[in-house]
Design a binder for this molecule. Sequence first.
Ligand SMILES: Cc1cc2nc3c(=O)[nH]c(=O)nc-3n(C[C@H](O)[C@H](O)[C@H](O)COP(=O)(O)O)c2cc1C
Length: 188
Amino acid sequence: MLKVVGIYGSPRKGGNTDLLLDSALKGCQEQGDDIKKVYVRDLDIAGCSGCDGCAKTGICVIKDDMQDIHTLIDDADVIVLSSPIFFYGVTSQVKALIDRGQAMWWRRRGGKDSKTKIDTTRGRGFLIAVGATRGKNLFECAKLTARYFFDALGMSFEGGCFFRGIESIGAVKEHPEALQQAHDLCKK
Ligand SMILES: Cc1cc2nc3c(=O)[nH]c(=O)nc-3n(C[C@H](O)[C@H](O)[C@H](O)COP(=O)(O)O)c2cc1C
């Protein structure tokens, strides 16, 4: 049984990325995976202060809801991150969580003087993203951010589901094929 953590990155409850991630996690549940859900909008996660404290200890000095997320993530085999595109990137709430992943990166690397190369085989990461417009590069920034987030966690970035032209709350319901694609995202 795989442990799957879904990270809901939109500030909008019941929005398009919420619905798509619900569908992806339903698909995981149907194949017997253990599911945990994280709603970033409900959490108190400060941005990284860049103090370098974690470079020595592998532990973040800021005490907020990120401690619980570190534990969940450490335990996960699969992470599915969802975010709407805000100004061509992930939401600021997601970015704060990602930046705080720096502690996990140092922990895996084993401190500043270590030559250890990060192993990215302990798990797999997926991204679900939605934007209102249709530009060719709409998801490029979010994909790069996700790639290096998963890299820091020791996970490979496996791509995901990306949908253009979806704007109002719940508009993705008019695209059953998108919901189906999300449902099948983590099929073994
Ligand atoms: C602050 C803000 C910035 C946005 N920036 C972009 C953007 O750069 N490109 C785009 O295509 N859509 C942009 N959008 C539209 C959202 O990506 C779109 O409405 C999406 O469906 C919202 O997903 P959600 O319902 O999961 O929150 C933006 C929306 C907001 C509120």
